[in-house]
Design a protein around this ligand. Sequence first.
Ligand SMILES: [Mn+2]
Length: 232
Amino acid sequence: MKPVIGLIPLVDKERESYWMLPGYMTGISRAGGIPVMLPLEMDDSDIRQTAVALDGFLFTGGHDVSPSLYNENKLPECGPVCPQRDHLEQRLFACAREMDKPVLGICRGLQMINVLLGGTLFQDIPSQTNSNVEHHGKPPYDRPVHKISVIQGTPLFDLCGSTMNVNSYHHQSIKKLAERLTAMACAEDNIVEAVYDREARFLWAVQFHPEFAYRTDPDSLKIFEAFVNACC
Ligand SMILES: [Mn+2]
């Protein structure tokens, strides 16, 4: 039996639509899982039942995390937020943790997981840091934009080796890393690009975008495969 993996929906407020980037789904399929997009709004008991029913969860990219979740006021440079996603992710993450179900976070997913475990974010890298690494790359998004150094002793190092060339499409990043998380990779400006929880069955998150790159970048496919295998 293939594992069935729930994906947090993306939200287009202008079109009053939920949507999905194909790469999140085709990447999971290619790695041997069955992806399903979750509803945006569920009550607590439905979220719990969903967490029981599915084998793993992909926390997708999207809106900026509401700064109120890490007790900061929203700066002008912070982008639009999505309270319904914040709510769903908060509840679903708590259930997944309790049941030790595998979770993979991508971009906003990494940021949200860090916040839900007690970390904080840079609301805007260009205005809050003196980084001169290009993190906000332009299309096509399957091309590498910057290098990251992978930390020895982490599972990402075992999977992909000491350096990776990754795509990058984010203006926020981890400021204070949650205590429960361990950094797996950093860019040259020390921005955290991958994390995991060493106590969990599988809780990984990356700041780059394997969903855009897995067709051409073997490392991106390996990340999907590691996640799907953990869900089996
Ligand atoms: Mn980056």
